[in-house]
Design a protein around this ligand. Structure first.
Ligand code: SF4
Ligand code: SF4
Ligand code: SF4
Length: 190
C-alpha cells in the first residue's frame, strides 16, 4: 500500500472508530437516561395532599382496584374525641349510639369506643374503608378536621397514570418520595 492509500485507509479507520465511539456514547447515554427515568418513577409514589382534597367521592369510584387504595386516616393529635362526632354520625342521627342507621360511613368502617365521660375514640378499619370521604367531609365541615384521605401504599399499584389523579377535580394528587409516602393532616411526612 503506497503512502497515499495508507493515509486514506487510516482516515477511514479513524472515521469508523470515531463513529463507533459516538454511537457507544449515545447508547450509554440512552441507558443512563432510562435508568434515571426508572429511578424517578420508582422513587416517587402518588399521595393526596389533605389540604387540597374536597372529598368529592371519586377516590372511592375511580381506583383501578376493586376496593380503592385510598383510605381514611385519623390524625389523633387533632381529634377532640367528641361524643357527637360529625365524622361518625349522620347529620341528624335518630340516636347517639353505634346503630348502623346513625352512622355516616356506608360500610361501618369507623369503630367508636368509649374512653371516659364524655370522650370517645374513633378508629378506622381500613380493610372495610372504601375511601368515600363522607366521614372526612363531616369532620372537616363541623369538627376538628382530624380525618383525611391517603393512598395506602401496601395496596396501591402506583400506576404511572393514576386513574383517580386524572379524575380529581382539586389536583389533590401529588407525587411524593417513596421513602416518606404519607402526608399527615398536620403537614408532616412519614
Ligand atoms: S378525587 Fe381528589 S378531591 Fe375527590 S376525594 Fe379524591 S383526592 Fe379528594
Ligand atoms: S395509583 Fe392506581 S392503585 Fe393507586 S390509587 Fe391510583 S388508581 Fe388506585
Ligand atoms: S365514611 Fe368512607 S372514607 Fe370514612 S371510614 Fe367510611 S368508607 Fe372510609
Amino acid at each position: 500500500m503506497d503512502e497515499k492509500k495508507r493515509k486514506r485507509h487510516m482516515t477511514r479507520s479513524e472515521f469508523l472508530g470515531r463513529v463507533a465511539r459516538v454511537l457507544s456514547v449515545f447508547a450509554l447515554g440512552g441507558t443512563f437516561a432510562g435508568l434515571v427515568r426508572h429511578q424517578v418513577a420508582g422513587g416517587t409514589v402518588w399521595q393526596i395532599d389533605p389540604t387540597k382534597c374536597t372529598q368529592c367521592g371519586q377516590c372511592a369510584t375511580h381506583c383501578v382496584l376493586d376496593q380503592s387504595a385510598v383510605k381514611c386516616f385519623h390524625e389523633f393529635r387533632m381529634c377532640g374525641y367528641c361524643n357527637l362526632c360529625t365524622g361518625f354520625f349522620e347529620p341528624q342521627p335518630p340516636a347517639l349510639n353505634e346503630g348502623a342507621e346513625n352512622q355516616i360511613c356506608p360500610v361501618g368502617a369507623i369503630q367508636r369506643r368509649f374512653v371516659e365521660d364524655p370522650y370517645y375514640e374513633y378508629r378506622i378499619d381500613e380493610d372495610l374503608c372504601i375511601g368515600c370521604g363522607r366521614c372526612v367531609k363531616g369532620c372537616t365541615l363541623f369538627g376538628n378536621g382530624s380525618l383525611y384521605l391517603q393512598v395506602r401504599h401496601d395496596v396501591c399499584k402506583n400506576c404511572n397514570e393514576c386513574a383517580i389523579a386524572a379524575a380529581c377535580p382539586s389536583d389533590a394528587f401529588v407525587r411524593v418520595p417513596a421513602s416518606k409516602p404519607y402526608i399527615s393532616r398536620l403537614g408532616d411526612r412519614t
